[in-house]
Design a protein around this ligand. Sequence first.
Ligand code: GH3
Ligand code: MG
Ligand code: MG
Length: 474
Amino acid sequence: MELKFTIQKKLFLSHFLAVLLVSGSIGTYFYFSSVNSLIGSLQDRLKYSAALISETIDAGRLNNIRKASDVSLPVYQEYLQELRDFRHTNPDIAYLYIMRKVGNRVFFVIDSDESEAQALPGKEYMVHVPTLLEGFDAASVDKKIWEDEWGSFMSGYAPLKNGRGEYLIGIDMRANEVKHKLHTLRISGVLSLLCSIILAFIFSRLLSKNFTTPIQLLISRCSEISRGGFNEKLELRTGDELDNLIAEFNSMSSQLWDSQKKNRTAEEALIRSKENLELRIEERTSELIDLNRKLVQEISERKNAEAMLEQAATSDPLTGILNRRAMVDQLKFQEARYRRDKNPFVILLIDLDHFKDVNDTYGHDAGDQALIAVTEHLRKSTRSQDVVSRWGGEEFLILLPGTSLQGGAVLAEKVRQHIEEHIFVIGEQSVRLALSIGVAEYHDGLTLNGCIKAADTALYRAKRLGRNRVEVSE
Ligand code: GH3
Ligand code: MG
Ligand code: MG
């Protein structure tokens, strides 16, 4: 598993450990040097005292002190007194004693103890103490304080004058005070360690917090920016490089804010221009639709006008039937048809008799009405395939396709009779009309004009022979 630490934790731990290490090692150094100097000064005092007193006692005089009864010997009493005096002058000394080594065994010679527990001469010392054994050859001292039921002690030893290797003097010095000092030292050491832990904790925590607070603020500003809040400055002074970071951050934030404002303005302008464009397109589209409608209307009007022109060009304005020009076209068509499949056709050239008199008697308008009425009669008395036209003035030409000369003559007679028998009512007048007809059939070797001329000749003959009659071209 991966261990994850925040920067604050890392900073805290590193500072805490560093402060603790430094203060701990300084404390440890002072503690141990104090302990060493306390113990060392005690050892020095022991060595010094043992060396001092060893010079005053002559080992050569102790040979006779071997058993408990030898306490009565004057030399025993003399040295016992000397040891006790020395002890009295130095209250730190608890016990003074002289020992003899025989082989590897150690025996009491004189013990300064004034209580009942005093060891008498010849009593063997059963405890194995290495520094004591060294003390028979050279001055030696305990390495550490030892304790028993009477308290804390430290012992020093020195060989007696003239007794090196066989006699020594031992001094047990009270170490209660040193022990007490060591205890105090230990407690103050522990206390100062605790203090330095607490101080290190507080110091590290303040330091890491002081460093990470601006970072936390930067992070929270970053998340505000990501939600779109640009316009707030980070007001914070740390007095170190973070100030530069905050300044750069503020300038970046304000630049972002500016560019966002610009973007918004551009976006709004874009939307506006899009709306304008849409409006203009709409206007243009409706203009185009209008124009299109007008164009369609114009085209249809033009078509009507063209149709009317066509009508006007081919029809007679008074009677509405084909005019002379249109009839010529029809005749040309029939002539072509005849050339192709010999389809016969006949023309009737009609002229109203004495029409001038009608005009003169009833007026020109009445004459027009008469012309219209005659036209109506002509159409009614011909077949659907026959074509009636106004040839000019009071003259009509009727084309009878697929008709022989006889058939044409019969039809012409029928027409003539109808007109003769009909009483035309024009205004309030009843008028009788009559007409003459020349009939001609188209045939090979004849031009169209020739055919028309033939019909005209027949018509002229009909007029000459008394009018109101049909004459057929020879
Ligand atoms: P005829 O029997 O010899 O044909 O005698 P007519 O009077 O019909 O012949 P004429 O050629 O002397 O006269 C033709 C007359 O037809 C003259 C003219 O006033 C009349 N007319 C021709 N066109 C029109 C027209 O469009 N309207 C009217 N009201 N009269 C017309
Ligand atoms: Mg005429
Ligand atoms: Mg006439």
